[in-house]
Design a binder for this molecule. Structure first.
Ligand code: SF4
Length: 399
């Protein structure tokens, strides 16, 4: 699925900005080699020339336009790792498929209309694919001494075994699609991720909200690192942002370890996530650093498994305004001697505005990225925190 932040857009965006005749030779050179150093260099030069410093700074205060501006300027990091579509599994009813027990759906507007523009959905309805039909008798989870059952309470039909068999099979076919995440329908006895109602055997008394749908259980057990969320939890902006970050990180991680990786590559990958990890879990960042320090003494499969587990575990911790502010202040430290007093004050003011909730995170980040480029701070090059994938950036702008 084509998205707004894809390859080539940057130069198209730059070209549309570069209308004046004198810029055209540069624009043509940029378009001829959009993803190489020279092309990128010309695109950047054109944009800088065209926008000028004041307009550039005005853009920084407009997060959506700033995202386009930056997308036009930064095709480098997104292409370094994680090529190919971002594919995400989803409970089919959330996309509007009429697969629910009553023949209806539970279309989620954010997922279908916004998120869907940046990712490739893989819709799955376990109950329909299993052959339960539509419409059908509703099912629920029941607990007895033998374990958890998926039961149609009116008829008493027990779907547990067929569902478990189907789920194991379907999860294997999904593995071949290389998913980068999964969105499940909350409360469903098949798809629900957590707090699904579980009824007692006697069918009396209130249900306990402690279950997980049978299909969701199989999915999560087979893919413990896969970013999985429920649509209900994605209504929370912080959980939603965290899901987006994890999806893109998992995509990159899989692309990296799926190739012929080297120890130097692991070091570079880890370095590129330095500030992202610090925002989510400074402890995990340090643990990963210690792991990498003795990487050559560890068998490769073990190193990969330990790095992947610790890395995704770290990102599953929610970053807070405070932890982002700490990271931004740390980044501002790189410009202590590089910026004049007025520029330092402007940066500090923007970080303060972010901390007080007046501007989104992308605003101080964009200014820091601008200064890093302008002053050639090589240690900040390729930082995912400063240069997220264009689709990730666009999605986070909707948060
Ligand atoms: S929650 Fe899952 S099983 Fe139920 S209708 Fe939606 S996709 Fe199908």
């Amino acid at each position: 699925m084509e998205g707004v932040g894809q390859r080539g857009l940057g130069v198209d965006g730059a070209t549309s900005l570069i209308q004046a005749k004198s810029y055209r030779p540069h624009a043509r050179r940029a378009a001829a080699s959009p993803n190489e150093g020279r092309g990128r260099h010309w695109a950047e030069a054109c944009l800088r020339w065209r926008t000028g410093n004041e307009v550039g700074l005005a853009l920084l205060r407009d997060p959506v336009r700033a995202a386009w501006y930056v997308a036009a300027m930064s095709p480098k990091v997104p292409q370094a790792v994680g090529q190919g579509p971002i594919r995400i599994g989803i409970s089919a009813c959330l996309l509007g498929h009429e697969v629910r027990f009553d023949g209806g759906h539970k279309r989620d507007r954010f997922l279908a209309d916004t998120f869907g523009r940046f990712v490739e959905w893989v819709p799955v309805c376990p109950e329909v694919e299993l052959g339960m039909g539509t419409p059908r008798e509703p099912v629920r989870l029941e607990q007895d001494a033998a374990g958890l059952h998926l039961v149609a309470p009116k008829s008493g039909r027990d779907w547990t075994r067929p569902m478990r068999r189907f789920a194991a099979r379907r999860v294997r076919t999904l593995a071949a699609l290389d998913l980068s995440g999964y969105v499940l329908k909350k409360d469903s006895p098949s798809c629900g991720m957590e707090r699904v109602r579980v009824y007692g055997q006697e069918r009396t008394g209130p249900p306990r909200r402690e279950g997980r749908g049978l299909f969701a259980s199989a999915l999560i057990a087979a893919n413990p690192l896969l970013p999985v969320e429920e649509e209900g939890r994605l209504w929370n902006p912080r959980l939603r942002e965290n899901f987006v970050v994890r999806v893109f990180a998992y995509h990159r991680l899989r692309a990296f370890f799926g190739g012929r990786w080297t120890f130097a590559g692991v070091v570079a990958f880890h370095a590129s996530y330095r500030f992202t990890l610090l925002a989510h879990s400074p402890e995990a960042y340090r643990r990963l650093g210690r792991l990498i320090a003795k990487a050559k003494e560890i068998p490769r499969p073990e190193l990969q498994a330990r790095y992947e587990g610790e890395f995704m575990g770290a990102l599953s911790k929610l970053a807070t305004k405070r932890s982002h502010t700490n990271v931004l202040e740390h980044l501002a430290g790189y410009f202590k001697t590089r910026l004049d007093a007025a520029s330092r004050a402007e940066l500090a003011a923007l970080i303060g505005e972010y901390r007080r909730g007046l501007v989104p995170l992308t605003v101080p980040i964009t200014l820091i990225r601008h200064h890093a480029r302008h002053h050639g701070v090589s240690s900040l090059e390729d930082q995912v925190y400063l240069e997220p994938h264009p689709k990730e950036r666009m999605l986070r702008n909707h948060i």
